[in-house]
Design a protein around this ligand. Structure first.
Ligand code: 5GP
Ligand code: ZN
Length: 113
């Protein structure tokens, strides 16, 4: 997906400072952070949203959860707490059509929404 910004980040076409990466996922800092720690976790594969992830066979979603907890640990928020968020579709406010999870922390995030 040459025209997908997150595919370009995942493949290294756009150089980024990865917080963590493995064969399936990369984590990098959001360019407009909404908390002291704000990292995006994406699959290397172009998957549009959580809806499409749920249709895939295999264990990608399970491995994604474990990867995100490793990211939280690296960011120093695993014990203090953090928020994991994915926006899906128009009402969810999804702007980039490549599945991504926001990991937010580093301060008390208060009530949701
Ligand atoms: P969404 O609203 O789709 O859940 O959030 C997209 C997020 O991606 C936003 O928080 C935005 O700041 C971030 N973002 C969009 N383009 C880039 C980019 O090129 N680099 C980085 N690091 N973050 C991006
Ligand atoms: Zn993509």
């Amino acid at each position: 997906m040459d025209d997908c910004i997150f595919c370009r980040i995942a493949s290294g076409v756009i150089p980024s400072d990865f917080v963590l990466e493995d064969a399936d996922f990369v984590a990098f800092r959001d360019m407009h952070p909404k908390a002291p720690q704000h990292v995006l976790v994406i699959p290397r594969e172009h998957i549009v949203s959580l809806n499409e992830l749920a249709e895939l066979p295999g264990t990608l979603g399970d491995r994604l959860l474990r990867f995100m907890v490793r990211v939280a640990e690296i960011c120093g928020v695993k014990q203090s707490g953090y928020r994991v968020l994915t926006n899906v579709g128009p009402d969810g406010g999804q702007e980039v059509m490549h599945l991504h999870f926001h990991i937010l922390g580093g301060e008390n995030l208060g009530d949701f929404r």
